[in-house]
Design a protein around this ligand. Sequence first.
Ligand SMILES: [Zn+2]
Length: 272
Amino acid sequence: MQLIEPHIHMVSRTIDDYEYLARAGIVAVSEPAFWAGFDRCSADAFRSYFHQLTDFEPRRAAQYGIQHYTWLCINPKEAEDLHLAREVMKLIPEFLTAANVLGIGEIGLNKNTRNELAIFQEHVDLAIRHDQLILIHTPHLVDKFKGTKMIIEVLKSDKRINPDRVLIDHCEEHTIGLVRDAGFWAGLTVYPVTKCTPLRAADILETHGTHRICVNSAADWGKSHPSLLLDTMLEFLRRGHSQQETLDVFYNNPCRFMGQNPRFKLKPNAIG
Ligand SMILES: [Zn+2]
């Protein structure tokens, strides 16, 4: 079965990972801009990063027959530096015309600070002014519930926002209801530690239904692995869900969300 990985940081991954993804049937990946594990010291460092995301990385993926899409922003962690964040945001419009850019992301909150919130709102405004899809990171562990509520409040208070065009990622049992009840797409991230496990993600899909949910591994430079997407798909199949239901979650849902940008080339599929 073909799969789509809607959230992964390939710049941090090796060629072995691309080989694995290709063997696992993953035909497209989407890579949000994020924190490199250290703070970048200038807007120029982000310019180089955006070049990597829009030029080098899609060519690397293409060697394995994988389509590579990306999202641009300064991540919430580095958004604490307001001056740097605003300099980086000025660079974004010139990259929005690149062939693999799907929108603005992953923006959001990390520690739910006032500065993070200000830069989140400015990114949302940038996305709307440029008619872009939005991909949102929610905070970790103890900050997640409050941060998710703050994010939804910001989005709901802006009448220009169409919830169909926004995905709120890293949802867990206690936040997925908030996100979907407000009309947004929800992301489930499957990790070896923190966030969801394959079993918990499968439970959530069964409890909440599969509508408007995209599952991802969000594999990056830390303890994470691209195989967790396939592991979750296998767990979902093992529980007796049909091939068509499985395709719907792991291929068609990402197509439905990301396909709202005409640059995304894959279309929802039916088995047989
Ligand atoms: Zn991420």
